[in-house]
Design a protein around this ligand. Structure first.
Ligand code: SER
Length: 315
């Protein structure tokens, strides 16, 4: 891929780290970062081109793609599960129209490749909870999940009908220390580390035994770049691939932290996100991603806990 990449949503939890890694691999000038707001992250704004861009603004999107000779778009702009429940109309609009705007750029020949993330939120109460297969009952009960499932079907449709080269993984909960997540149901698994270090206690909004699939950010970034750069014939699923690292409950994570942070205690104050979490799988079968394009995660849950605590303690 000799053309530049554009990362939409570069100020977010995934975007900020994806831009860092792509710039490390290909050089700052090769990766255009964009976000709805001017960047407050100095490194992001200064290590390569940065554009303020609303993915809903088709004309500006096309202008930026042409201006920078963009070949690949990573479209990470979305409202996550909890935020979209508070503003369903806008959640649907941003998640769907943003996706269409990028799909249409490819259909019209302005760009050659798209990465667009889906989520475990495409699954619902009727989905098998353990080792959730790639194809099964999908009855999402959140606006976010509905938009991601619809987006997956549109991706497959654009590929089948117009040959659009779109690639996707269903991210589980993502854990990272560089940029905070915003508005997800799995965010507790990040917050807990900040509070463990600053206060040695954490009040969790999910029940102690809520098991959810999670992935550490370096692995998520690797999956994102690997699937986007894989030979086209290896990508046999054009809706979105299941992807997993490990699964745990708040109680299990708290115990692992307590082993390393003496005196750490967790308490519980459950809110509406519990119902969302209960509709999602506990663990994911990602064997097709492993078979088709060589997905392989490196971090175990213990590696992740060690790395999070080490890095956040430094901050
Ligand atoms: N982390 C997301 C959320 O909780 C799931 O993809 O909304």
């Amino acid at each position: 891929m000799n053309k530049k990449s554009l990362v939409i949503g570069a100020g977010g939890q995934v975007g900020s780290e994806l831009v860092d890694e792509l710039r490390r691999l290909y050089g700052g000038s090769q990766v255009v970062a964009s976000d709805i707001k001017p960047s407050t992250n100095k490194e992001l704004a200064e290590s390569g081109p940065f554009e303020v861009l609303d993915v809903l603004d088709r004309d500006s999107l096309l202008r930026i793609v042409k201006k920078h000779h963009v070949g690949t778009v990573y479209n990470l702009a979305a409202l996550l599960s909890a935020t979209a429940e508070k503003n369903p109309e806008f959640g649907w609009k941003l998640n769907m129209e943003g996706h269409f705007n990028v799909l249409d750029l490819a259909r019209e020949g302005h760009i050659s490749r798209i990465f667009w993330p889906s989520s475990i939120a495409v699954f619902g109460p009727g989905t098998p909870k353990v080792g959730t297969p790639q194809d099964c009952v999908m009855d999402p009960s959140t606006v976010y999940g509905i938009s991601k499932l619809a987006g997956e079907r549109w991706s497959a449709y654009y590929h089948q009908r117009w040959g659009v080269d779109v690639r996707s993984v269903r991210y589980p909960g993502l854990i990272s220390y560089k940029t905070l997540p915003g508005g997800g149901t799995t965010d507790y698994a990040v917050d807990i580390f900040y509070k463990a270090i600053s206060q040695r206690k954490y009040t969790c909004f999910l029940k102690a035994d809520t098991n959810l699939p999670m992935l550490y950010m370096p692995d998520a970034i690797k999956a994102t770049i690997d699937i986007t750069e894989a030979p086209s014939q290896d990508i046999k699923i054009r809706s979105s691939y299941n992807l997993a690292g490990f699964s745990f409950t708040p109680n299990e994570l708290a115990q692992l932290i307590a082993k390393r942070v003496s005196g750490f205690e967790i308490s519980y104050d459950i809110d509406f996100r519990q119902q969302i979490a209960e509709s999602w799988p506990g663990s994911i079968d990602d064997s097709e991603a492993r078979k088709h394009w060589g997905w392989n995660n490196s971090y175990s849950i213990n590696d992740m806990v060690d790395d999070m605590l080490t890095n956040l303690s430094k901050q």
